[in-house]
Structures are given as structure tokens and as C-alpha cells.
Write a protein of this length. Structure first.
Length: 164
């Protein structure tokens, strides 16, 4: 008995009907999506994708961090990625707090988080444009990579293009 029994039970059902054994690790549609960890976002469903189509990179706020860049470079050289969509979303928790707010919250519980950079988002459009530029100007891609940005509306399911 563990806190994960429900997941193991559901996985057994999933595996019983599994049909993905012929997929490879390459992105069949040449796409990587950088999006938020928000549990309302279904990145495959909202973009008409199925497993095998795209690399999905998720973190708090859909930020292009060093680790996201590292992953994109690997995805380009090893896994067939030829285009990147950065997709933050409306009503994002990361746009409602500052790093200092989070530090203060943690401090109330006796935890010092000041050595962490949370990459909170005071201005979502500005953060997205910054992150798109970061990908476009990285020297680690072998050729210019199509890079797009759009904000996903969690209340309508629609994408609002910012730079596409
Ligand atoms: Zn979010």
C-alpha cells in the first residue's frame, strides 16, 4: 500500500490497451513546446498532437531557463526538433507573485528559499518576448530555428498568438 497505488492501478489498465510500442523518441512533427506546469493545460490535446509528435517541456511559468535551453539543444541535435512553441497561459500563478513573495511565504514556515531563482513573471508578454529572444539568439543551434510564442487561455481553450 502506498500513496501511489491509484496510479499503479490505472497504469495497469493503460498498459493493457497500450498501442504505442512502435513510436521512436524522435518528435514526429518536429516540434518542441515549452509550457507551464499548470494542471489545466493539455499540451497535446490543445494543439492536435498525439504521443510521439512533440517534445513537451514544462516548468513553472513556461520560462526558458538554462535547463530548458539545454533540453532544446539536445532535442534539436538528437530528437528531430525543428521548431519551438513557447506557450505560457492566462491566470498563471507565476504572474501573480514575485520571487520575494515566495521567499516571504517560505520564510513564514521557517524555510529559506533565497538561493532559488523562481523566474516569476511580473509582465507576461514581456517575459514571453524575452524568452523567445533567448532561444533565437542562442549560439547552440546549427541553423535558425522557427520559434513562436502564444498564450493559452485556460478559460476558452484558445491560443492567443504573440509572435507566430
Ligand atoms: Zn502557469
Amino acid at each position: 500500500m502506498s500513496e501511489f497505488d491509484d496510479l499503479l492501478a490505472d497504469n495497469a489498465k493503460y498498459a493493457a490497451g497500450f498501442t504505442g510500442s512502435d513510436l521512436t523518441g524522435r518528435a514526429a512533427r518536429g516540434l518542441a513546446v515549452v509550457t507551464c506546469m499548470d494542471s489545466r493545460i493539455d499540451p497535446l490535446g490543445l494543439l492536435g498532437l498525439v504521443p510521439g509528435d512533440a517534445k513537451i517541456l514544462r516548468n513553472a511559468g513556461a520560462r526558458v531557463t538554462d535547463d530548458v535551453l539545454r533540453t532544446l539543444v539536445l532535442a534539436v541535435f538528437l530528437l528531430g526538433v525543428e521548431r519551438v512553441l513557447v506557450m505560457p497561459h492566462t491566470d498563471c500563478g507565476m504572474s501573480k507573485v514575485s520571487d520575494n513573495d515566495v521567499h516571504a511565504l517560505a520564510q513564514q514556515q521557517g524555510v529559506d528559499t533565497r538561493s532559488l531563482e523562481f523566474h516569476t513573471v511580473p509582465d507576461q508578454q514581456a517575459a514571453l518576448r524575452h524568452d523567445l529572444t533567448r532561444i533565437r539568439t542562442t549560439p547552440f543551434f546549427p541553423h535558425p530555428l522557427p520559434v513562436g510564442g502564444a498564450i493559452y487561455d485556460v478559460h476558452t481553450g484558445r491560443l492567443q498568438p504573440v509572435e507566430l
